[in-house]
Design a protein around this ligand. Structure first.
Ligand SMILES: Nc1nc2c(c(=O)[nH]1)N[C@H]1C(S)=C(S)[C@@H](COP(=O)(O)O)O[C@H]1N2
Ligand SMILES: [Mo]
Length: 499
């Protein structure tokens, strides 16, 4: 196990020194994510929500620990099995780094260093173990103490210590993140303003999600184990493809333009009914309509394939980026520079579309194209090509399973259908008539609304359900559909009892 850890640590250190973005282990973890079939990815997101990657890493750690232990165990008696095992691990790591977009060749060096470390470490430790066993067998107390049980454990401890030190050094060496956080702290985009929550949006019920979601509480969904750390001076966006004129924008070019700001609610297609993969923030950025108009899309173009620095892609309808909505290259969230997790330095935000077809974080490339010619990350896993958000509503108060006093019950929650707007919300107690709720007054159709209703509840068990009505007359359906391929439907329902 210590030999295995040492190989991982030296490869990590060399990756840091060579400024390779991903150490082999991270590349493998991201490879596993990329190869995960759509239905399993969907299950993982629904089950673990924001913790999906932690679960993956713990799983990998457990498996690797077992594999390393097994390889060490067979090394004394069947040396070549053990070497074969490490070759297999090395090949997996090689394929993972080689398959990453932006592979240049240096990424192989950490894999080789890790592999050679494994072999040397294995030879040294296996030899130590063999000698210890020889000494034990010969019953000769007076032999060299390094060949004792104690000597072996000292050696193992030393290898573990070197592994830890290499790991820590690797963290220092690869610390682009520190420089990026500094860029973030020093950044000032003059036109970007602090959010002022508009009057009338809140229904003032304790327990309802805040109308404005802080960056910290905003859900996180992406495929990157290691978030891209992009220095401001290194960021560039290339716009090309079916356009009359290619454009390349640096960060300074971008923020020298007119800044647009808006309240926009973003949600994930993988959000189950009643789920929490949705948030509302004040975004500042540059409208894409103007930028794309300069590039002049050609006849026949209907999509923009956006690519992130980490290779993730999404296909966005060109029309949604060029009509009058606030589709933007966002640089600020809630009056602060984007956090690295939410896409620093630049991400796309498009009101009315699910994140997987629009909200590219760490965006560096936009190819104007046609949907017929592209396959993006999630569409390749079975999600639908276009992702307009579906109408949804959620009960937040009372909690599911709550005990409430008999009498008047105040219930509340949120509802959304971005870029269409919510006309009303209705609740139904114990399957009875739909009763209108009151809704907060929102600044535009691009945000969620809060709602509240008062109901008389008698003693006993109850259930409560909610539905929303869009400004287009769309009444939220009770038909339950899965998040795959284009977003869940169905009413959010909770149980509670009154006494
Ligand atoms: N680079 C990159 N951008 C991405 C993703 C991703 O995996 N990688 N996921 C998308 C999805 S599915 C959603 S729902 C939103 C989530 O944005 P957030 O993490 O800032 O909430 O980002 C989108 N942008
Ligand atoms: Mo998503």
């Amino acid at each position: 196990m210590v030999v295995g850890a040492l190989g991982l640590a030296t490869s990590y250190l060399v990756a840091g020194l060579l400024r390779v973005r991903e150490s082999p282990a991270v590349a493998v973890a991201e490879g596993v994510i990329d190869l995960t079939p759509g239905p399993i990815a969907k299950w993982a997101i629904e089950t673990f929500q924001d913790n999906d990657k932690t679960v993956l890493l713990i799983g990998m750690f457990v498996i690797l620990t077992g594999v390393f232990a097994a390889l060490g165990r067979v090394a004394r008696t069947r040396w070549w099995y053990s070497v074969g095992g490490y070759i297999a691990l090395g090949v997996v790591a090689f394929i993972a780094v080689w398959a990453k977009p932006g592979f240049t060749g240096v990424e192989v060096v950490p894999v080789l260093v890790g592999f050679v470390t494994w072999l040397i470490g294995l030879a040294v430790m296996a030899e130590w173990l063999r000698r210890w066993e020889l000494v034990e067998a010969s019953d000769d107390e007076a032999t060299d103490p390094t060949h004792s049980r104690r000597g072996f454990f000292l050696a193992a401890g030393a290898v573990g210590g070197i592994a830890l030190a290499s790991g820590l050094l690797g963290k220092l060496a690869g610390n682009q993140r520190g420089a990026v956080e500094k860029d973030r702290r020093l950044l000032r985009v003059d036109q970007a303003t602090k959010p002022v929550v508009p009057r009338g949006v809140k229904v003032e019920v304790d327990g309802v999600s805040p109308w404005q979601t802080s960056a910290e509480d905003f859900y996180l969904i992406d495929t990157a184990i290691l978030k891209p750390a992009i220095r401001l001076k290194d960021w560039e966006l290339r716009i090309h493809g079916m356009v009359e004129r290619d454009l390349t924008l640096t960060y300074d070019d971008l923020v020298a333009r007119e800044i647009t700001e808006d309240w926009i609610t973003l949600n994930c297609v993988s959000n189950p009914v009643g789920g929490s993969l949705v948030g509302n923030a004040w975004w500042s950025g540059v409208r894409l309509a103007g930028i794309l108009a300069e590039a002049k899309p050609l006849e026949g173009a209907n999509a923009v394939l956006q690519t992130s620095e980490d290779g993730w892609t999404c296909g966005t309808p060109l029309a949604a980026l060029m009509d009058d909505r606030s589709a933007m290259l966002a640089v600020y969230m809630n009056g602060e520079p984007l956090t690295v997790e939410h896409g620093f330095p630049v991400r796309t935000i498009v009101p009315g579309l699910y994140g997987y077809v629009s909200a590219c974080k760490w965006v560096v490339d936009m190819e104007v194209t046609s949907f017929d010619d592209i396959e993006a990350y999630w569409t390749g896993k079975g999600w639908s090509e276009e992702g307009p958000v579906k109408i949804a509503s959620r009960i937040e108060v009372p909690d599911s399973g709550a005990d409430v006093p008999v009498g008047t019950l105040v219930c509340a929650g949120t509802a959304w259908k971005q870029h269409t707007g919510i006309a009303g919300v209705e609740v139904s107690l114990d399957g009875g008539a739909w009763t209108p709720a009151t809704i907060g007054r929102v600044p535009s159709d691009d945000t969620w609304v809060q709602w509240r209703a008062e109901l008389e509840v008698g003693e006993g068990d109850h259930d409560l359900r909610v539905r929303a009505i869009g400004k287009d007359g769309d009444v939220q359906t009770g038909v339950e559909r899965d998040v795959l391929p284009d977003g869940a439907t169905g009413w959010h329902e909770i149980d509670f009892s009154a006494s």
